[in-house]
Design a protein around this ligand. Structure first.
Ligand SMILES: Cc1cc2nc3c(=O)[nH]c(=O)nc-3n(C[C@H](O)[C@H](O)[C@H](O)COP(=O)(O)O)c2cc1C
Length: 171
């Protein structure tokens, strides 16, 4: 399958980046085609709610920023993996912007399954992010292939690696 991973942590060697890499390695080993994008390094603004896309734009966003690179990747992806740290009890802003900029096309055309990788310092901080993710899966009519979380003592461990490998097996 064609898999797109959006990695949203600004820390290049942080835990979220590690989780995204482990997913990529496991998916490639299973024969999938994987594209990993570090969206934290992209300039992606929030949606302007200008409705250009739903009128004159005919599905195209009026904003000319790095989201233009992501639209074709989103259009071709069959599996979408979101990898994000928890900031203030929710998914970090760097992942929210690209999700909300999908407003112009409503849903990624070919995505059938999604997965969510999250890291945090504390336990018990994933409720809001998990609810948002499940609502998006339902709204886009895609199957949730699973969630892996890693709080401070679970980061870069063999146990977390195995949970990520199990997610790939769910595809
Ligand atoms: C702005 C900011 C807000 C954070 N908010 C939370 C939080 O609400 N709960 C929590 O457990 N950790 C919080 N953290 C810690 C990160 O989620 C944690 O360090 C995570 O592992 C970072 O992942 P990374 O190494 O991929 O960047 C926050 C960190 C930052 C920088």
């Amino acid at each position: 399958m064609n898999i797109l991973i959006l990695q949203a942590s600004p820390k290049a060697n942080g835990n979220t980046a590690w989780m995204a890499e482990e997913y990529k390695k496991a998916a490639e080993a299973a024969g999938h085609q994987v594209t990993l994008v570090n969206v934290s390094r992209k300039k992606i603004a929030g949606c302007l709610a200008c409705e250009y896309c739903h009128n004159k734009g005919n599905g195209a966003c009026i904003q000319r920023d790095d989201m233009q690179e992501l639209y074709p990747l989103m259009a071709e992806a069959e599996v979408l993996v979101l990898a994000a740290p928890i900031y203030y009890f929710t998914l970090c802003a760097q992942i929210q912007a690209p999700i909300q900029r999908m407003y112009c096309v409503n849903a990624p055309a070919k995505v059938k399954k999604m997965a969510l990788l999250m890291s945090s310092y504390s336990p018990g901080v994933y409720t809001g992010a998990t609810a948002e993710y499940h609502d998006i899966c339902n709204y886009w009519h895609v199957e949730d292939s699973g969630i892996v979380t890693a709080k401070i003592d679970e980061q870069k461990t063999d146990d977390t690696k195995q949970k990520i490998q199990a997610l790939v097996s769910n595809l």
